[in-house]
Design a protein around this ligand. Sequence first.
Ligand SMILES: [Mg+2]
Length: 222
Amino acid sequence: MQRLLVLFDLDNTLVDRQGTLADWAAVFTARHGLKDEEQAHIFGMVAERAYPSTFDTIRTRYRLSMSTAELWHAYCTDIAAMVSCPAEVLDGLDELRATGWRVGVATNGAVDIQRAKLRATGISERVDGVFVSEESDARKPQTRHFDLAAARCGRVLGDGGWMIGDNPVTDICGGRSAGLRTVWIGNGCSWPPDSPGPDHVVPHARAAIDLLLLHSSDYMRP
Ligand SMILES: [Mg+2]
């Protein structure tokens, strides 16, 4: 039987990035003796784009004495200590592989921080492959991103598969353009009007896993 591919987005799909960043911004603001009102600004900057260059901007703005490299390293260490993946989602990844799925992670971002999160949460050891956009400068929604993620799992996009994620553009439109079926993690939001919808909408990652497990035999042909 052909093992069918399923790719998961990482941030706000397998892990709660927004919640983790909010906690981190509070710690960072206190640690550097910044005013409370700067917390939202720091959160906003890092939520938008978390790369070493983001910390270069923060360092200059707040005249911090630590180097950009030290700030970036501390950020990766802090987030790895704070982030978690729900136990039922980790179990679900195991269940998918035990049922015959080939499971991967397809995420945009910097390698250091994304790999740190994957290791700290235990996701790394529960998937067949991971692709982080910075590794080959291939960001979702580019088809090349999905192509490289599939390859990490020993699959090709031509064999079909699924993309699960929270971002309508990068995960769902990108996944569909790459020839994958899609499940959108709504996180309580409605699908944007005027945009072709995903194959399924679910409230969280565990529900997406349950959907795939329920229909595993339909999705895998001998
Ligand atoms: Mg996401």
